[in-house]
Design a protein around this ligand. Structure first.
Ligand SMILES: [Zn+2]
Length: 215
């Protein structure tokens, strides 16, 4: 039951009390009921909220590092049983970071929670899968909407727009730097070739001849 539901119940309870003035109830007298409602003020009491996790929420497909996942899934249970004999890890919930999922398992004996991720955590904490998904999308001339639709058809959760554009900005900066380096290297190579061929103008600057096809 969430907060909204709890608020709704308590409001309805008080409303019912207002409407039922003058009536006794099967489980208590009107006097007892009103005493409880108005003296203890249910609506102002602090409520304990329990968030029930739906274990069936993890539906659809995920893109995983197969070797990493298979190996670590086995290790997770084996390592836990070294300290908790007989404890069985059961799926509890999924936390997602873009295309990466962290599956939380809970031991049915000691309640210890353990996490199994779908790709190895790097030292930079950057998800390689999220990064290359953006790279591949842009490299094929596509955009966020294309990637989102593609993943939707696969029944796989997509990464957020915010994450996509964050990686896109990083990639555009990296590609720009890389392109500039390649252009500088190509320029130096052409410079050396021009000098070797003696293609130097009246001011002593090497030059190259460029042919265009007019296309
Ligand atoms: Zn255990």
């Amino acid at each position: 039951m969430n907060t909204a539901e709890i608020t709704s119940v308590t409001k309805e309870t008080v409303d019912e009390a207002e409407e039922s003035k003058g009536q006794d109830f099967s489980f208590c007298s009107l006097e007892e009921y009103n005493s409880f409602i108005y003296r203890f003020r249910i609506n102002s009491m602090e409520l304990d909220i329990e968030i029930a996790e739906d274990k069936q929420r993890s539906h659809g497909y995920r893109i995983v590092d197969a070797h990493y996942l298979i190996t670590n899934a086995m290790k997770l249970q084996i390592n836990h049983n070294k300290h908790c004999t007989g404890g069985c890890l059961e799926y509890f919930q999924e936390k997602r970071n873009g295309l990466i999922s962290s599956f939380v398992y809970k031991c049915n004996v000691c309640d210890k929670e353990m996490v199994l991720e779908t790709e190895p955590t790097t030292s930079s904490k950057r998800s390689m899968l999220n990064y290359v998904a953006v790279w591949g999308t842009l490299a094929t001339g596509s955009c966020y909407a294309h990637l989102e639709e593609f993943l939707s058809v696969l029944d796989a959760p997509a990464l957020s727009k915010k994450m996509f554009f964050k990686h896109e900005r990083e990639l555009s900066s990296m590609w720009k730097d890389s392109l500039w380096e390649v252009m500088k290297l190509a320029g130096k190579e052409e410079h050396e070739i021009a000098k070797t061929n003696g293609d130097i103008d009246a001011d002593g600057i090497p030059y190259i001849t460029v042919f265009l096809d007019g296309g």
